[in-house]
Design a protein around this ligand. Structure first.
Ligand code: ADP
Length: 329
């Protein structure tokens, strides 16, 4: 935490993968700042906007009616050059020129790595808000976008279930989650999936086949297998191909849900979380906090140093895998 200094103008940006609820967080940042008589500058396209001076003044009406919109009105981008210190110095100079005294970064762990460096190298006040559908950020029970993403995935799987039942098909459904299985596990439990493959758990194709054969002996003629994109065989296509060679008589189809999981109107939970964290982020900066991500754990506001938020990860509860399996017997 740095010494408190007067903040007259706050910058806000969204970075990394977009997540539903980012707009609600932007709205909360803008309105909380205005309430505290602090000006807000929106920075377009994440860290790229800091380099290209893509700044826009934001008023209360700039964020009207965005609480219900997915995506991010500030747009997002990947900006690999931000890993270079000289490039970050340009960003700092541009912020100084625009009179920006502090920054709110809405994004995932990559974005917080960049934010951490701005704080450490230049002593610049930055507070982060966890916005990612993956839910794998340490220091918050839920990230903004996760709830919407799992609801999108569950409603898609419910639809696939109708076709699976009608045609005796086993669907391998790939959901997002390169490093973490939160989306897969929650989707599996909520859709009553027959099996789940996660990055955190070794994929055993023989065991999966024996589950499928046991289900068939119990006259289950269709099924849903949820596969996180980062499971160790390389995703749903690869797993399905291997299973097909071992169980050639099964009707197997693969569906990859892909980017539909990132879009759409944010759920009530995501809007509420984003609103609260946006409010807390501005208040944290005004109280002199910096170099932290603001999160919520057990209904309490929690501040986690960027260093920790971008190196540690939330763990899935492995008991839930067992629960999922037992409940689909
Ligand atoms: P997310 O924030 O969703 O994890 P990324 O990992 O793509 O998404 O990171 C978003 C942006 O954060 C990157 O495009 C880059 O501008 C910045 N960033 C990521 N890692 C670093 C790093 N090690 N140093 C500086 N900036 C980084």
């Amino acid at each position: 935490m740095n010494a408190k200094r007067k903040i007259n103008r706050i910058g806000v940006l969204t970075s990394g993968g977009d997540a539903p609820g980012m707009n609600a967080a932007i709205r909360a940042v803008v309105r909380t700042a205005i309430y505290n008589e602090v000006e807000v500058v929106g920075i377009l396209r994440g860290y790229s906007g800091l380099l290209n001076k893509q700044f826009m003044g934001m008023q209360s009406h700039s964020v009207s009616k965005i609480i219900s919109q997915g995506g991010t009105i500030l747009k997002s981008s990947r900006c690999p050059e931000f890993k270079n210190k000289n490039v970050r110095a340009i960003a700092m100079e541009n912020m100084r020129e625009a009179g920006i005294d502090a920054l709110v970064v809405i994004g995932g762990d990559g974005s917080f790595r960049g934010a951490n460096l701005l704080c450490k190298e230049f002593g610049f006040p930055v507070v982060g808000i966890p916005g990612t559908i993956d839910n794998d950020i340490y220091g918050t029970d839920f990230t903004i976008g996760f709830d919407t993403a799992i609801n999108t995935a569950v409603s898609a799987v419910d639809k696939l279930r109708d076709t699976a039942d009608s045609h005796n098909i086993i669907f391998f459904v790939e959901v997002m989650g390169r490093d973490a299985g939160f989306i897969a596990l929650n989707t599996a439990i909520a859709s009553g999936a027959e099996a789940t493959l996660l990055p955190e758990v070794h994929t055993d194709i023989d065991k999966l086949c024996s589950f499928m054969e046991r289900d068939r002996r119990k006259n289950k003629t269709s099924g849903i297998i949820i596969v996180a994109e980062g499971e160790e065989e390389g995703g749903a296509m690869e797993v399905a191909a291997k299973v097909k060679t071992k169980l050639p008589g099964y009707e197997i189809r693969v569906t990859t849900l892909g980017h539909i999981q990132r879009g759409g109107a944010p759920s009530c939970n995501d809007r509420v979380l984003a609103s609260l964290l946006g409010y807390e982020a501005v208040n944290a900066l005004l109280k002199g906090r910096t170099n932290v991500m603001v999160g919520q754990m057990q209904n309490q506001v929690v501040y986690t140093p960027f260093e920790e938020a971008c190196t540690r990860h939330n763990e899935i509860n492995k008991t839930w895998c067992e629960v999922s399996r037992i409940l689909s017997l």
